[in-house]
Design a protein around this ligand. Structure first.
Ligand SMILES: [Fe+2]
Ligand SMILES: [Fe+2]
Length: 271
């Protein structure tokens, strides 16, 4: 007997339940990029400051803290994605998660390289660490997919677009544009898999998810509004606008939960 039919027997069956997840697997393979594709050296790593040396140093610290927050998030994402790969029982989902592990680790590699060019690692965002623990310590796969892919990866996309808009013509912009696309795929795959996981789920499971959202959303809000010392003075200027933007994003998150068939009337938004 040749090896070929055996391989076909073992290959995941594209029945309609997993068609969505497998579509995102194909998309992830298609979109895959390499850290060497980033135009390192052809443009400045972060926006170059103008004015006095003190002013320039302060600007650099601000950008370094932006890069640090993203590096911290992607190191946590590596751990999270490998937990999903290890915990998902379905071969189709495992196949997809094998690409997500590679994505998160490639993101980390790019941030490590970039932060090395702008002065090295800085202050950690404590809220991001707490969010990471909420995902990692969640009891069920439904909760992990819900917190990370349905919420976090969707909520983070507008932030990448915002950073990209403020850092035109830099390596930082290039990386943010790549990550916005990747996280769009991570989010879409999570929505598709969560639908499968919630088929026939009872009210108890669904209530756990609502409770998880209620734990996560206030912490996400703190994360989005957090400023390290380097960014405190900008923080005060931008806070009102940031709050407005965040409110819109959180409302969108709640609509997504609703589209998964969850009763979101119990979700309490932080503002
Ligand atoms: Fe990432
Ligand atoms: Fe991601």
């Amino acid at each position: 007997m040749s090896a070929e039919p055996m391989f076909e027997d073992d290959a995941p069956v594209d029945d309609s339940r997993f068609a969505g997840v497998l579509r995102f697997y194909e998309l992830a393979k298609h979109q895959e990029w390499q850290v060497k594709d980033v135009p390192w050296g052809d443009m400045p790593p972060i926006p170059e400051g103008k004015g006095s040396p003190q002013r320039q140093a302060r600007r650099r610290d601000i950008w370094r803290s932006v890069v640090m927050q993203q590096l911290q998030a992607d190191v946590l994402a590596c751990e999270m994605a490998s937990q999903l790969l290890n915990n998902a029982p379905d071969p189709e989902a495992k196949l997809y998660y094998s690409t997500m592990v590679q994505d998160e680790s490639r993101h980390t590699e790019a941030w490590l390289k970039l932060i090395g060019q702008v002065g090295g690692e800085g202050e950690r965002d404590p809220h991001l660490d707490r969010l990471g623990h909420m995902f990692l310590d969640a009891d069920t796969l439904e909760e992990k997919v819900f917190l990370m892919q349905v919420f976090f990866e969707r909520l983070i996309i507008p932030r990448f677009r915002l950073i990209a808009r403020s850092s035109r013509g830099t390596i930082l912009e290039d990386i943010c544009n790549r990550l916005a696309i990747d996280d769009g795929i991570h989010h879409g795959a999570g929505m598709a898999y969560e639908r499968v996981l919630l088929e026939g789920a009872d009210a108890k499971v669904k209530n756990t998810l609502i409770a998880a959202a209620n734990r996560m959303l206030p912490e996400f809000a703190e994360h989005a509004l957090w400023r390290p010392k380097a960014r405190e003075f900008v923080g005060n200027l931008m806070e009102a606008r940031d709050r407005e933007r965040l409110k819109t994003e959180l409302h969108h998150g709640v609509r997504l939960a609703k589209s998964l068939g969850l009763d979101v009337s119990e979700v309490a938004l932080p503002f």
